[in-house]
Write a protein that binds this ligand. Structure first.
Ligand code: 5GP
Length: 115
């Protein structure tokens, strides 16, 4: 067994982070190093999927639930519009291999894909 991910440790209360939304299957927190005025993470409670490719193949309903929670949070925190990012693989910037969606919003540059 590998070590629990940072997100599992947050979910278990071992690392402090306010859980800003929660369903039976997913939870959401604020990113500790925000890259946009609103930068939230939506995370499945299960650590079974390393990235969005595994998640889409293994549990598409759970992926859809992440999108639904992201949408709801964007309406609450960012005026409704949002960018949804799944870094996939270390060379693409993924650092935590427990799949999670970045929800970015609020004053994003028009036409920009990132940064
Ligand atoms: P990745 O780079 O894997 O796509 O995203 C991991 C994200 O988790 C990063 O944006 C990073 O800032 C965030 N992060 C890492 N450790 C913590 C933490 O302890 N608390 C919170 N709230 N976010 C974290």
């Amino acid at each position: 067994m590998s070590e629990p991910s940072i997100f599992t440790r947050i979910l278990n209360g071992e690392i402090p982070s306010e859980i800003i939304a929660e369903t039976a299957n997913v939870f959401a927190i604020r990113d500790i190093a925000p890259q946009a005025p609103v930068h939230l993470l939506v995370i499945p409670k299960t650590p079974a999927y390393r990235d969005v490719v595994e998640l889409a193949a293994g549990d598409p309903a759970l992926l859809a639930e992440i999108v639904d929670v992201a949408h709801r949070l964007a309406e609450e925190h960012a005026g409704g519009d949002f960018r949804l990012v799944f870094n996939t693989g270390a060379a693409a910037g993924q650092t935590v291999f427990h799949v999670h969606a970045h929800v970015l919003g609020g004053g994003l540059a028009e036409g920009s894909l990132g940064g």
